[in-house]
Design a protein around this ligand. Structure first.
Ligand code: G16
Length: 561
């Protein structure tokens, strides 16, 4: 049976027709469009039934195309509790290819009341175009799903189970459908990748695999140390899925080592309303202050280390308080620079003669971090558009060792074969062990946490010494609700606006009149995960930043009135 005939047999099933009718009878308002954005579909959970239907259909196509496991992660990560979202995961753990985003967007937007035939015609057109390059005829569909702790996540997960079971009934074809339940987003990426690499079709013990792959090397790092400068690690879990997984991982960890005690904070994932509220990586980064339930005195003590994960544990932010209780934010820029510095310190200069080590950031990177990378570390730096998928791509394309981090704490390091071969040939056991701590597939808060601690332990520095490496320019990140964020179009890696007309000129003017020390920068872009536009500003003083933010807010109001 050809792929298209096969798809037609699925589309004719009663289940699909009934599902379509019930979804189309409750459409979104006329002007509202679904967009597969920065991180898949993401919005208020009550609006997500059609996007989920489209996500299941694109997963089906992707599974036919790749003939390998494809994952669906149900999460809205840092968003508030009432939101949710979906993204698909590729066989090797990457994100949906950007060339396919238009397909899933088109499927979602073609669900219209009384237009089933048009929907089918559009879907088959999309399928014909999307599958044109594949010659795969075998059709054992292989799907994996996972979800975060949100109240609505279980409902969406049940829909996926129903959807794929009904396809099985409708087509009598083989389907391997595995539900991993409540897992972090990076774990779901890891799971799909493991299934592909091992060619394993049965569910495996994720906790064991994950522990062996990333925690075991960390235990080795610690066993090589005479003593640890940290007594206790406090992890703010944002009341999300990070707590579910870390509670189990902590149990295994504490049986294996007594070095660095772990304490989990904000672990109330059973109370859905608490997710990401007054805690978590996004809260700490945006507000530049301690999350709820962190004791100030403990945060001033250099023997303690504090960090916050976000709601699905793919981002991490570290922090401390100095002797005067000033907040020291150790964000994605700081992690990228620390990792860069560590690589330079642990290798002879000649190691890099025929290799390129560089850092990828976004427009949100603090200007002083970029200067530090180029002037002090003397490394190459590239700017990418927001979204780890963009940074990951640029890191792979431009560097042999590509360190990429968004300022919000989302990132990792990728290595190519050239580097890995050279590392094998060189006698650098410490660096080899360090490299094995890194989850290259995707930014992972839990593995990033151990990567950073391993560096701090090896360099024998505490959080405050790390913070003193350079001084951030005062900065603020603010959200602004606008009537229609799709009006905001950017260019130059989102550093400048093409639309709404005239707004960029207004921002340029605001920056120029507040730029006495040539340190002022501000930009505006539409969020891909929330219904807002984001304003970023940095300048030589806190007061100047505040003036810029207030004036840009006024300019946005005027441009969208
Ligand atoms: C997601 C993306 C990140 C991005 C963030 C905010 O993070 O994975 O790459 O920085 O959204 O994006 P935006 O500014 O477009 O809303 P997460 O942790 O929410 O999945």
């Amino acid at each position: 049976m050809s792929q298209i005939t096969y798809l037609k047999s699925i589309l004719c099933s009663d289940f699909l027709r009934d599902t379509y009718d019930s979804l189309a009878s409750n459409p979104v308002t006329e002007h509202e469009k679904f967009v597969y954005g920065t991180s898949g579909f993401r919005m208020h959970n009550e609006k997500l039934d059609i996007p989920l239907f489209a996500t299941c259909l694109i997963t089906l196509l992707r599974s036919i195309y790749c003939n390998e496991f494809i994952g669906i992660m149900i999460t809205a990560s840092h968003n508030p509790p009432q939101d949710n979202g979906f993204k698909t995961v590729e066989p090797k753990g990457e994100m949906l290819p950007q060339s396919w985003e238009k397909y899933v967007t088109s499927i979602a937007n073609s669900v219209k009341k009384g237009k089933f035939d048009e929907f089918i015609a559009n879907f088959l057109n999309v399928a014909t175009e999307a599958l044109k390059e594949t010659t795969v005829e075998g059709k054992e569909l292989k799907i994996i799903i996972g979800r975060d702790t949100r109240q609505s996540s279980e409902r969406f997960s049940s829909f996926c189970t129903k959807f794929f079971n009904n396809i099985l009934t409708a087509t009598h074809e083989k389907i391997k459908f595995i539900d991993y339940g409540v897992v972090t987003t990076p774990q779901l990426h890891f799971i799909v990748r493991k299934h592909t690499i091992k060619q394993q079709t049965d569910k495996f013990d994720i906790l064991n695999e994950y522990f062996n792959e990333f925690f075991q090397p960390f235990l080795e790092v610690m066993s090589n140390l005479k003593s640890s400068r940290f007594k206790k690690l406090y992890i703010d879990c944002a009341n999300g899925v990070g707590a579910v997984q870390l509670e189990k991982l902590k149990e295994i960890y504490s049986k294996k080592t007594k070095q660095i005690e772990i304490e989990l904070i904000n672990t109330d994932y059973d109370d859905y309303s608490k997710l990401n509220v007054d805690c978590g990586a996004d809260f700490v980064k945006t507000n530049q202050r301690l999350p709820a339930n962190v004791n100030e005195t403990l945060a001033m003590d250099g023997e303690n280390l504090f960090c916050s994960l976000d709601g699905d544990a793919d981002r991490i932010i570290f922090y401390a308080l100095d002797a005067n209780a000033n907040f020291c934010l150790l964000d994605g820029d700081r992690m990228a620079t620390l990792i860069g510095e560590y690589f330079m310190e642990k290798t002879p200069k000649s190691f890099w003669n025929d290799l390129k080590l560089g850092i990828v950031q976004t427009a949100y990177a603090n200007g002083n971090s970029t200067s530090y990378i180029t002037d002090e570390l003397k490394l190459d730096v590239k700017c990418a558009k927001t979204g780890v998928k963009n940074l990951h791509h640029d890191a792979v394309e431009n560097f042999d060792v590509g360190i990429y981090f968004e300022a919000n704490g989302h990132g990792t390091v990728v290595f190519n074969d050239l580097f890995m071969n050279k590392l094998k040939e060189s006698n650098l056991p410490e660096l080899s062990l360090f490299v094995s701590l890194i989850n290259q597939a995707v930014g992972d808060a839990i593995t990033d946490m151990f990567v950073i601690i391993a560096i701090l332990l090896n360099l024998d520095i505490d959080a405050k010494t790390w913070f003193s490496k350079y001084k951030d320019l005062p900065n603020r990140l603010v959200k602004c609700v606008v009537p229609d964020r799709s009006q905001f179009e950017t260019f130059d890696y989102e550093r400048r606006l093409a639309k709404p007309a005239g707004l960029q000129d207004a921002i340029n003017h605001i920056v120029s009149v507040n730029n006495a020390l040539h340190k002022t920068r501000s930009f505006v872009r539409a969020s891909g995960t929330e219904d807002v536009v984001r304003i970023y500003a940095e300048s030589h003083s806190v007061e100047s930043v505040e003036v810029v933010v207030q004036d840009v807010l006024k300019a946005i109001k005027a441009a969208t009135a």
